[in-house]
Design a protein around this ligand. Structure first.
Ligand SMILES: [Zn+2]
Length: 656
């Protein structure tokens, strides 16, 4: 037996850009890091003799680490820094990193170095990493002539720049409506009304930031208030992003054609689990067939409830669905979100996530109080196991002007075995305990989002110990990436998980079981996801010349979603996934089908908090990162191929 290789513990490195606070220092650090990457490239190309892991793959990974250092942290600063000038510099940093990455993907000599590297006697992980690198060279267009490669390079740079403009316009377009009197907030929780007292001129301001807007959509009895706010919400990014989106679609189409594909959807699905745009479209239709009955039923229940307020109503208005869903849940299913809120105080929820995931995965979170941060509200934690550090994360969880307005996990440093520990950040927009007069109470949907994003975070930390970058999270099939996060949501959808931490902020009582279940609305929710998925595929599956994005959105809304389109609004202008996910929004549904199947293993155990299943899941799925294809990871955990059954059962649970 060969002696077991001892793996050097990886150090916790200080991120090179993340805490810089002037445009000058950001630019300087970017230049230095990318110059270092170029120098390593020089050494790879200059290597004499046989190609080896030491003179090719290892230094290539060092280049990729330098590029991702700049690119990932540039993205965090771009989305989170308070100073516009720093956000600008961070955006330039990200674009420079992206540009160098494209340049390398088209570098013929670098490609030839890999083509000459014989890995047939290496381990499976190494062989898989190199096969993915070679595939990516070919997908990037490395085999094209020099003029074409120059064009591909210019297009990629332009696409990155257009994409960040699209994102920035969404981030910076926070809107508001003003109300004349408190009566207009009838139906909203007392703590919400207390936090929205009339200010200058006796008016109440309600912004489109999630903690402001979502309660209005859910609870405001005044339909006109919902109508006004919904208009602003759907029009964030409009009109500027209408033209930006058109350019984004046009350039991506041009790139796909240049690379030999019919359209961008064909290109971008090729290296995913789903494999083709046709398979993605078929998958969306399969979901429609599975959910059509449930959706119709959901919709009719809501319209019927609306008739009690408006006897002549035959349909919902676009600002009605969240409101009537809440009414029906409260009145017919005894699930009143307002009754749930007092159990969901922000600090308790955060501690609850920590406790549940610690129990499941055997890790601990240790607050790091002296670590640097980019804003005083950011909290830093080390993830440890048996005294050993596994990684670090940053929680930036409350709204600020100019900050990313949605919720997402951002990797900060890619973790690699023996090289560096993984680090990641959550940027979210939850109620801020520092800004509310009383306790910061969350909506149940916020708590689901928190668990979802924390699922991504754990995935980033636990997967950050592979040997190569291409087998880390970086090399994962993108349409699998929402499965671990959507699966973690299950723990707050069930009493056993929720009751662990959801205690009333005044009485300390755990949340009653009947407040947890809320099955009505699943069909509508799935169908909304179908609309998003179909829209993202439709925009990218054609020549966008002359494409009217609003008309297509309206047409697909009518085809897939029973709630009517809000005439005169432009939701696509703030559909941020159209940049980051392009054609592959179906990822959420695809991953959801897998997540439900993965969770069926937990549901079978005596308790969903039982660690044995979670440890096996950690090993076979989370830690495996992308050392093998995702389908195989899932098969190893389930002991069979994934099926549609658990998803279908979930969808129809409680259906009448
Ligand atoms: Zn997600």
């Amino acid at each position: 037996m060969a002696p077991k290789k001892t793996v050097r513990a990886a150090p916790m490195k200080t991120p090179k850009l993340l805490f810089l606070d002037s445009p000058y220092t950001v630019a300087k650090a970017t230049d230095a890091e990318l110059a270092r990457a170029r120098k390593i490239l020089g050494s790879i190309l200059a290597a004499k003799g046989r190609r080896t892991l030491e003179n090719t793959l290892a230094p290539y990974d060092a280049i990729m680490m330098a590029i991702s250092e700049v690119g990932l942290q540039g993205q965090v600063l771009f989305n989170a820094h308070t100073d516009t000038a720093v956000r600008d510099a961070a955006n330039k940093a990200y674009l420079a990193a992206d540009s160098l990455q494209t340049e390398l993907s088209l570098n013929r000599r670098l490609y030839e170095a890999f083509a000459a590297l014989n890995v047939s006697r290496e381990d499976g992980e190494t062989r898989y990493a190199v096969s993915k690198i070679l595939r990516d060279f070919s997908r990037a267009g490395v085999d094209k002539d020099e003029a074409t490669r120059a064009k591909i390079k210019a297009l990629n740079d332009e696409i990155a720049e257009i994409g960040s403009t699209f994102d920035r316009i969404i981030n910076e377009d926070m809107r508001s409506i003003t109300l004349e009197a408190e009566e207009e907030l009838t139906g909203l929780p007392a703590d919400y009304i207390a936090a929205h007292r009339p200010k200058g001129g006796g008016k109440i301001t309600i912004t489109t930031a999630y903690p402001d807007a979502i309660p209005v959509f859910q609870y405001a009895a005044n339909a006109d208030v919902r109508r006004r706010l919904q208009r602003e919400f759907y029009d964030r990014g409009y009109p500027k992003n209408l033209e930006v989106l058109a350019r984004l679609l046009a350039r991506r189409h041009e790139l796909a054609r240049l690379l030999g594909y019919d359209h961008y959807a064909a290109y971008v699905t090729e290296d995913k689990m789903i494999g083709s745009a046709k398979a993605a479209a078929d998958f969306v239709e399969k979901i429609v067939r599975a959910s059509a009955g449930r959706t119709k039923q959901d919709y009719e229940i809501l319209v019927e409830r609306k008739r009690r307020d408006t006897p002549a109503a035959t349909a919902l208005d676009p600002w009605d669905s969240n409101y009537y869903l809440e009414r029906v849940r409260a009145e017919q299913y005894r699930f009143d979100s307002q009754e749930v809120r007092p159990y969901l105080e922000f600090g308790k929820v955060r501690d609850g996530i920590f406790e549940i995931t610690s129990t499941l995965f055997g890790v601990r979170y240790r607050r790091v109080r002296d670590a640097k941060v980019w804003h005083p509200s950011v909290e830093v934690y080390d993830v440890t196991e048996g005294g050993r550090r596994l990684g670090r994360f940053y929680l930036d969880l409350h709204p600020r002007d100019g900050k990313f307005s949605h919720a997402a996990m951002f990797p900060v440093l890619v973790g690699l075995q023996g090289r560096q520990l993984p680090q990641a950040a959550l940027l979210c927009n939850f109620p801020d305990p520092g800004k509310t007069a009383g306790p910061a109470l969350m909506e149940h949907t916020d708590v689901v989002t928190f668990f979802h994003e924390f699922g991504h975070l754990l995935h980033a930390i636990l997967s950050g110990h592979t040997r190569w970058i291409k087998t880390s999270m970086e090399g994962i099939e993108w349409d699998f990436v929402e499965a671990p996060s959507q699966m973690l949501e299950e723990w707050v959808r069930r009493p056993e998980g929720l009751q662990r931490f959801a205690k009333h902020h005044e009485t300390g009582e755990p949340i009653p079981e009947e407040l947890v279940e809320r099955m009505v609305g699943r069909g509508l929710w799935v169908q909304r996801q179908v609309f998003f998925a179909a829209l993202s595929l439709a925009y990218y599956s054609r020549d966008p010349d002359g494409l009217d994005t609003t008309a297509v959105a309206k047409e697909l809304n009518a085809k897939y979603y029973p709630v009517p389109w809000y005439e005169g609004t432009h939701f696509q202008c703030n559909f941020g996934h159209l940049n980051g996910y392009s054609a592959v929004y179906y990822t959420y549904l695809w991953s959801l089908v897998i997540a439900k199947d993965l969770f069926s293993r937990f549901a079978k155990a005596e308790s969903i908090l039982e660690p044995a299943t979670a440890r096996r899941y950690r090993k076979e799925v989370l830690e495996a990162a992308s050392v093998r294809p995702a389908a195989e990871m899932v098969r190893r955990f389930l002991g069979r191929r994934t099926t549609f059954d658990a998803f279908r059962a979930w969808l129809n649970e409680g259906a009448g």
